[in-house]
Design a protein around this ligand. Sequence first.
Ligand code: LIP
Length: 270
Amino acid sequence: MSTIQSPHDRGKLRDLAVAVAAEAGELAAKGQEGITVLDTKSSPTDVVTEMDQATEELIRDRLLAARPDDAVLGEEGGGIEGTSGVRWVVDPIDGTVNYLYGSPDWGVAIAAEIDGEVVAAAVGVPARGQMFEAVLGEGARLDGRSLRAPDAVSLDQALVSTGFGYSADRRVHQARVLTEVIGHVRDIRRVGAASIDLTGLAVGRSNAYYERGLNLWDWAAPGLVATEAGVRLGGPDGGPPTGDLVIAARPGLYERLDALLAPLGADTDG
Ligand code: LIP
């Protein structure tokens, strides 16, 4: 049972996430120029740079200095157990390939979970000077401004973003699914970072998003920003988001996209 329950404490978790995401974003932004690949992970195109590692180290250090009893799960450094009931879920650079190619579309994502529920989040987009933040039940903000995602549109008017995994087999099936989806929607975007896609729903940069193969750190923080802005976030078979599938859109559009994706096996590798 957690010792932190009140909205006030959630606000403090959000404040810490924002402060650490801002500092981490500054560090990563300074290191973007001239960055090279340090290593690969799940496939030769799933890269890690030295800035992914340095940025995550800074985030872990700052979070644990402020709250030594918390757990941390990070993309690069794995998990550290804690005793407080709070776990931080961290993606130091979401959109690493964009980062490597000098694109501004990458994010620093930090979420706080209490007993497994995401309650506070910060998503910095340093190259655009933006900071998204959210507290469960208290709304989402961009640079201090409250966010409300635009109303649902019909499926054929929806701008839908999606992404592709790093494994070639998975990507081929994802492309097959996309050939079916593309004829039913306004158009498709492939931004390259789930944090940018999900926060983009909150500001109306697209209407819907789906992707197979994400990790919790990809969607935990930006997912709370999106849901607190009125977006429905879910996964396969009407359940919560999972690594098999994340779907996000305003209610009304969500159900139509879900119904389109289900028979296509969007939550499978084909
Ligand atoms: C990325 C996701 C993106 C997905 C990429 C990758 P990373 O995360 O944000 O949506 O399409 O394949 O998983 O690896 O840059 O943190």
